[in-house]
Design a protein around this ligand. Structure first.
Ligand SMILES: Cc1cc2nc3c(=O)[nH]c(=O)nc-3n(C[C@H](O)[C@H](O)[C@H](O)COP(=O)(O)O)c2cc1C
Length: 194
């Protein structure tokens, strides 16, 4: 079975909630979803999913990476994760693996899109195949908050308690489905890409 690793950092749970929706989409596409959390910089864990173990990276056929927006950028724990992947980069072990990104900001124009675009950069350096969302997704036209062509997103509000909007949830599910479908196609085709 095609396996997708949904790997994220979340302090207050908004990114974790998106991870659940992406996993739902992955399962709907007939693939297996493994959700793992990254610890905070001080080593503490504030989410309900199990912590990521480095050997889990090799087991996945595709990936979704999530982070809160921190001053318009991905949060340090996800950057720290990328900074620890030098061995994978040298080996080329992530080359041609499809991957998507997701994020949550406090305010509507607080940097979700900029953060998602920044989160795509390590994927390209690793030779991964970024997966976004096409405008054939109706919710992409309707959303008043989260969800973009660059990835799934959420606007959690000033107090971080704004519920996940229907359109943002739909787009996260759609991203999971699209990512898993891409991973299944690539896995079935074998080593066809240079
Ligand atoms: C240090 C820090 C920096 C932040 N920077 C931004 C920002 O630039 N733009 C924004 O809209 N929200 C910002 N936020 C708010 C978080 O992005 C937002 O609450 C997010 O939904 C948190 O995700 P989580 O619930 O998964 O931890 C910041 C929060 C913290 C703690």
């Amino acid at each position: 079975m095609t396996r997708i690793l949904v790997l994220y950092y979340s302090r207050h749970g908004a990114v974790a909630e998106l991870a659940d929706q992406i996993a739902l989409g992955i399962v709907k596409a007939g693939a297996e979803a493994t959700i793992r959390a990254l610890p905070a910089a001080d080593g503490s864990q504030s989410t309900r999913h199990p912590l990521f173990q480095p050997d889990e990276l090799q087991l996945a056929d595709g990936f979704a990476f999530g982070s809160p927006v921190r001053f318009g950028l991905m949060a340090a724990p996800l950057k720290q994760f990328w900074d620890s992947t030098g061995t994978e980069w040298i080996k080329g072990s992530l080359i041609n693996k499809p991957a998507a990104v997701f994020s949550s900001s406090g305010s509507l124009h607080g940097g979700n899109e900029a953060t998602l675009l920044g989160m795509l950069l390590p994927l390209l350096h690793h030779g991964m195949l970024p997966v976004g969302l096409p405008y054939s997704e109706p919710a992409l036209h309707q959303t008043q908050g989260g969800g973009s062509p660059y990835g799934a997103s959420q606007v959690s509000g000033l107090s971080g308690d704004r519920p996940l909007a229907k359109e943002a949830a739909e787009l996260a599910v759609a991203l999971g489905k699209r990512l898993a479908t891409m991973a299944q196609i690539l896995k079935q085709a074998g080593n066809v890409l240079p």
